[in-house]
Ligand binder design. Structure first.
Ligand SMILES: Cc1ncc(COP(=O)(O)O)c(C=O)c1O
Length: 371
């Protein structure tokens, strides 16, 4: 699905130098590269604070800790996402309230959020799924009306732009009260292990996040907050500094590939290509088609037989996972998510894909439907 080896072949010499310089310095924890990476990412994102941390799951956890939520507070998020988004809600004793996404954009439905609000709702977590922003302007309106926080899960959307109606453009993750991201290796901006970060324009949250990611410590051995140990390793920061320089180029290459996929599949009635919404750019963390007439699994198998990888993100709705039985949802509560779980298929997508590889994938997808 991604070819990290091909990428390493292209930028490996720069990465090696970056890693070796950390090895020589032995500043493995909180070394200078961490601060420099935060500063460079801050500039790229156009946001006031970037706080790095150990991974994208921790970023969500830290964001919820910083907001000072109380057990039982309700957090609305989408049913069609990676488990991390609701896992941290549950871990903090908060109540995940899950809603259906929009069937075309795959992102949380603002209408469904509106209906799920109760007097205990405190937070909305939109996930900018597969590289495209959720409907932020409508969500902000709902949040403002109901006095709610917004935490954006931008793990899959580093570099995506949100276009406001008044012409303002902001990066995914910098729009709500706090934004979170992941640097998991396969992400658009991925490191060579685990990593994550938080974004905020609010000084109070910025300072609080920095403190709780480091044991609640602002001054050495003085603890103002109950915190955790969630730091980005210096080696990962050094790698990310190299990769950040290529992010726009890599995201552009993904978009070019997506355009080619779209064009090739435009005449195929059995496939829906990913919707591109007017209010967001798409950085194609995944290129996810919908396969009609119940043929998704058959197509996946056929591609496998041709040595073409494909993945189902996500095969099972969150509300049917055993760990979340206690939430009391029933199988048919989320028809959009249930349908998507049966229809979606993500095709290989990475900036190092050769034209020949793309042609081979397209040919075989089309052959499957024409056979
Ligand atoms: C939408 C979403 N949220 C959160 C995460 C968690 O990130 P991490 O794997 O770095 O903990 C991921 C990543 O895999 C993700 O895709």
């Amino acid at each position: 699905m991604v070819d990290l080896k091909a990428q390493y072949e292209k930028i490996g010499s720069e990465i090696d130098i970056a890693i070796k310089s950390v090895l020589r310095s032995t500043a493995f924890i909180k070394g200078p590269d961490v601060k420099l990476f935060e500063e460079e990412l801050r500039e790229y994102m156009g946001v006031k604070h970037v706080v790095s941390c150990a991974n994208g799951t921790d970023a969500l956890y830290l964001a919820m800790m910083a907001l000072g939520l109380k057990p039982g507070d309700e957090v609305i998020t989408t049913n069609f996402t990676f488990i991390a988004t609701i896992e941290v809600v549950a871990l903090l004793g908060l109540k995940p309230v899950i809603v259906d996404p929009d069937p075309d954009s795959f992102n949380i439905s603002a209408e469904a959020v509106r209906k799920a609000i109760t007097p205990r709702t405190r937070v909305i977590i939109p996930v900018h799924l597969f590289g495209q922003c959720a409907d932020m302007e409508n969500l902000i309106e709902i949040a403002n009306k109901n006095n709610l926080f917004i935490i954006e899960d931008a793990a899959q959307a580093t570099g995506a732009d949100y276009f406001f109606k008044d012409g303002t453009i902001k990066k995914a993750g910098t729009i709500g009260n706090i934004g979170t991201t992941s640097f998991f290796p396969s992400k658009n901006l991925g490191c060579y292990g685990d990593g994550g970060a938080l974004y905020t324009n609010d000084d109070t949250y910025g300072n609080k996040l920095r403190s709780i990611a480091n044991h609640g410590m602002k001054v050495r051995y003085h603890y103002d907050d109950i915190g955790v140990n969630s730091r980005l390793d210096t080696i990962q920061a050094a790698i990310l500094r190299v990769k950040l320089k290529y992010l726009s180029q890599f995201n552009g290459a993904r978009k070019t590939l997506a355009d080619k996929y779209d064009k090739a599949f435009s005449g195929c009635q059995s496939i829906s290509v990913p919707e591109r919404v007017r209010y967001s750019s798409h950085i194609f963390h995944q290129y996810t088609i919908k396969v009609k007439n119940g043929k998704r699994d058959e197509l996946k198998k056929f591609l496998e037989s041709k040595c073409i990888p494909s993945m189902v993100y996500y095969p099972g709705p969150l509300h049917m996972q055993k760990a979340y039985n206690h939430l009391g949802y029933k199988e048919n509560d989320f028809p959009v998510t249930s349908a998507l779980c049966k229809e979606v298929l993500s095709l290989p997508m990475h900036p190092d894909m050769e034209q020949e590889q793309l042609d081979y994938i397209i040919l075989n997808v089309l052959n499957f439907f024409n056979k």
